[in-house]
Write a protein that binds this ligand. Structure first.
Ligand SMILES: Nc1ncnc2c1ncn2[C@@H]1O[C@H](COP(=O)(O)OP(=O)(O)OP(=O)(O)O)[C@@H](O)[C@H]1O
Ligand SMILES: CC(=O)N[C@H]1[C@@H]2OC[C@@H](O2)[C@@H](O)[C@@H]1O[C@H](C)C(=O)O
Length: 375
């Protein structure tokens, strides 16, 4: 379609992340390689009723009944997000070449070659009149990869001119890191990016806060800041075998059992529980460093977890090098994941890989995504 004279295409990226907070929608221009211009962004929060229905789908491997209903509802909410984004940006649908539609992960078990994102790409294409690329993870998992994380090539595209090795850490429901060595211009496209999920992000903290009727998340990390880390509970949490596995590796949202905190005897106060679960996220990030080719000289943090000051302080303490929100280098830390799926949608159309052996463990650089023409 419309390749502008500068070689950039206008795309939309849509992400419904594991924290189930809502839909992130980003508008950007990109060449699918190393050029990215962010244009606009919005988040549409899910209401509590839909969030509960979505949560009810987690872990389901069947397709029928409620899952199919939730998938339709989710898809229609994404169509609405696209309309609102384009209205906000003053851009007509005809000016947009592609939508990258991640959908919502309800099950992820790559070791059994299973990963499932709900979201009906054909329905979204029909509703918006814009071509859609969806189902980004299946080809990778079918080839023996982890199917996640997929944002590393996007992080690499953004990372020109920053000190290396650089780590870009996304703290969503689950946390994932991209380790970036050389500059794209000088790279062979392969071993210069290493990636994996590090462990829990905010999901366990969110669940704990919700369970105590204290809101949906620990705003600013204030609850954790008022508590003390239970060293014993943290040590038990850190015995999970995931932390000694080499990268690449990936996680489902509910991979970790928080029982050492939630079922502690005597019970932990809301503050101490929040402090301990926050330390669990920070400690699991620190535990990934020996699995990287070399220690990062700087960590840039995106995703909602960067708003948690207690978590950021614990990360700085454990990592011992500068830890900053990505916004400090001009990226939008809330928009990055959604932007990545717009970028990956274009790569899919260009026949470029979405993942590499060192990012997901696929045997060879892997294409992916399923195309749905404009309806
Ligand atoms: N002001 C804040 N203070 C503390 N935590 C916050 C704040 N704002 C957002 N968060 C955390 O960030 C989470 C949302 O993060 P984000 O949108 O990056 O996750 P996601 O994209 O759904 O997950 P994933 O990256 O795993 O797919 C919230 O659930 C909350 O825990
Ligand atoms: C299976 C799945 O949906 N994984 C998500 C999840 O959320 C964070 C982390 O776990 C990451 O691996 C991935 O998302 C990001 C966007 C990725 O693929 O890079």
């Amino acid at each position: 379609m419309m390749e502008a004279t500068d070689g950039l295409r206008t795309v939309v990226g849509l992400m419904s992340g594991t924290s189930m907070d809502g839909i992130d929608a980003a508008l950007l221009r990109t060449d699918g390689r190393d050029r990215v211009e962010a244009l606009d962004f919005l988040t549409i929060p899910y209401d509590d009723g839909f969030r509960a229905r979505l949560r009810g789908c987690l872990g389901r491997t069947d397709g029928g009944g409620t899952v199919a209903e939730v998938e339709r509802e989710l898809t229609d909410a994404h169509a609405d997000a696209v309309r609102r984004l384009l209205d906000q940006a003053g851009v007509a649908p005809a000016e947009v070449e592609l939508i990258g539609f991640h959908g919502h992960t309800i099950h992820h078990d790559p070791d059994r070659r299973l990963t499932r994102q709900i979201g009906d790409g054909a329905r979204l294409a029909a509703a918006t009149g814009i071509a859609v690329v969806g189902d980004f993870r299946s080809a990778d998992v079918a080839a023996g990869g982890q199917g996640a994380p997929l944002v590393p090539l996007f992080h690499r595209a953004l990372a020109h001119g920053l000190p290396r090795p650089l780590a870009v850490l996304n703290i969503g429901g689950v946390a994932n890191v991209s380790w970036i060595a050389s500059d794209p211009a000088e790279s062979d496209g392969e071993a210069d990016v290493v990636a994996c999920d590090t462990g829990p992000g905010n999901a366990l903290i969110d669940d704990w806060v919700l369970r105590h009727g204290l809101g949906r998340f620990d705003a600013g990390g204030a609850l954790a800041a008022a508590g003390r880390v239970d060293g014993e509970a943290l040590a038990v949490l850190m015995t999970h075998p995931y932390f000694s596995r080499p990268a690449p590796k990936s996680l489902d949202r509910d991979a970790f059992d928080p029982a050492p905190v939630t079922a502690a005897s005597p019970p932990l106060s809301p503050q101490d529980g929040a402090a301990t679960l926050t330390a669990f996220t920070a400690e699991s990030v620190a535990r990934v460093v020996p699995h990287l080719p070399a220690p990062p000289v700087r960590w840039l943090v995106c995703g909602g977890g960067r708003h948690n000051a207690t978590l950021m302080a614990m990360l700085a303490d454990r990592l011992g090098v500068p830890v900053d929100p990505v916004d400090l280098v001009g990226w939008d830390g809330d928009a990055l994941e959604a932007q990545a799926f717009g970028y990956l949608a274009l790569r899919s159309r260009l026949g470029l890989p979405l993942s590499l052996p060192a990012t997901t463990g696929v045997p060879v650089p892997m294409r992916g995504g399923v195309f749905h023409p404009a309806g």
